[in-house]
Unconditional design. Structure first.
Length: 395
């Protein structure tokens, strides 16, 4: 029984690797810009975020598909698509095909993304749920760290080789096939006591506020994926490989963010978003003023902690602010809107540059610092009003 339960938990946790893995090859951007000199650099940068387009469309579809073929089959299909699409850039020099394959990664991710969190929220409760949400960030961070590190190593043999890191989807697929019961349902635990009339796909205003918040967060955080390597090269204190190494450290810090979240007392957890956004604000300020790899490494550690704590805190708040029966669909909506933010990030950066007539990577991070300051005010309000925002049954 325990072994079976452990296998179930491990398989669900491993899904978190792929929620952010599309950015593991971010350090290839400068080399791809040189390789495809006839392609608009912004379009090449978009390869790091265009996967969000597939996630946006297929995250809601995953719920409908799961009703027809089951949750397990839906997730396995997603992993298979990630594997096939992920290795295309390693095998092709056709930019159109590479760009399309990045959308394919998003399709696969969209089929499994919401389940990486909603399965935890729906199947587990109390302290166990909070611990698993924390562990989801740890697994996400360590997985991203290993993939980014390996991509950096492979980058020494050419940017094509870096994309072989996506082959990790295959063993995870096999593990999920082995450990997850075919009849897995998302309403096994907490939803049993939910009244039928509450089992709707309506989204309350608190969830829309969280969705708006995570949209803004993702659209700014994605600057790290699309502009950090350029920043390091532009300011002359490192190479693309150096940037990849630092991005690997950031991913490792994401794991640390999960541990920090788990260690926080419940009263402090109400302000976990404030802590995470504060870390992000400081990180972007550091990127804006840094002229060395050492100083920037402090920034990547802080931003890694910020992104993991922000995601786990947001998903925990989704579970707290709505009824159990509405969690799966609410999670899908929040994650969909979050990925819209990631998708438009290159154009957000481009828009700041056009508005203020400054297209430098350094200025992009200065703009991000200002936005993080605004977000900090919002999440402080959430922290002080958390108990009022928590969902209460009318029973």
């Amino acid at each position: 029984m325990n072994k079976k339960n452990f296998g179930l938990k491990l398989a669900i946790l491993l899904l978190n690797i792929f929620v952010v893995s599309s950015g593991a090859t971010a350090a290839t951007i400068p080399l791809m810009i040189k390789s495809f000199s006839n392609v608009n650099p912004t379009l090449i940068e978009l390869t790091m975020t265009v996967s969000s387009l597939g996630i946006i469309v297929f995250t809601p579809i995953s719920n409908i598909l799961a009703d027809k073929i089951g949750i397990k089959s839906t997730i396995i299909l997603g992993l298979f698509i990630i594997f096939l699409s992920g290795i295309v850039p390693a095998l092709s020099n056709n930019f159109g095909l590479i760009f399309t394959s990045r959308i394919g990664i998003g399709i696969g991710t969209g089929l499994l993304a919401s389940y990486s969190q909603s399965l935890i929220i729906s199947l587990f409760s109390g302290k166990e749920q909070q611990q698993l949400l924390g562990w989801s960030s740890v697994v996400q961070g360590l997985g991203m760290f290993l993939m980014t590190f390996l991509a950096g190593v492979l980058l020494n043999y050419g940017w094509h080789m870096a994309y072989w890191v996506n082959a990790v989807a295959l063993p995870v697929l096999l593990m999920f096939f082995a450990y997850i019961p075919k009849n897995l349902r998302i309403d096994q635990e907490n939803n049993k006591s939910e009244k039928p009339e509450n089992n709707s796909r309506k989204i309350n205003g608190k969830i829309w506020l969280l969705a708006l918040f995570i949209f803004l967060f993702n659209s700014i955080f994605a600057f790290v994926s699309i502009k950090f390597a350029t920043l390091v090269i532009e300011k002359g204190y490192g190479t693309a490989q150096d940037a990849s190494t630092l991005l690997g450290i950031m991913s490792f810090a994401m794991a640390a963010g999960g541990f920090i979240y788990m260690a926080l007392p419940q009263t402090i957890k109400n302000f976990s978003l404030s802590i995470s956004i504060g870390c992000g604000l400081l990180a972007f300020f550091i990127f804006s003023v840094s002229n060395s790899l050492l100083v920037s490494s402090i920034g990547v550690i802080l931003v890694g902690i910020s992104v993991s704590m922000t995601m786990v805190s947001t998903m925990s708040s989704v579970g707290a602010f709505t009824s159990p029966a509405q969690v799966p669909f609410s999670t899908s909506v929040v994650m969909t809107i979050a990925n819209i933010g990631t998708l438009v990030a290159p154009y957000t950066a481009q828009g700041f540059g056009a508005l203020f007539k400054n297209n430098s990577a350094e200025f992009t991070f200065i703009c991000g610092t200002v936005i993080f300051g605004i977000l900090l005010i919002f999440v402080l309000w959430i922290g002080f009003n958390y108990k009022k925002l928590v969902y209460h049954s009318n029973k």
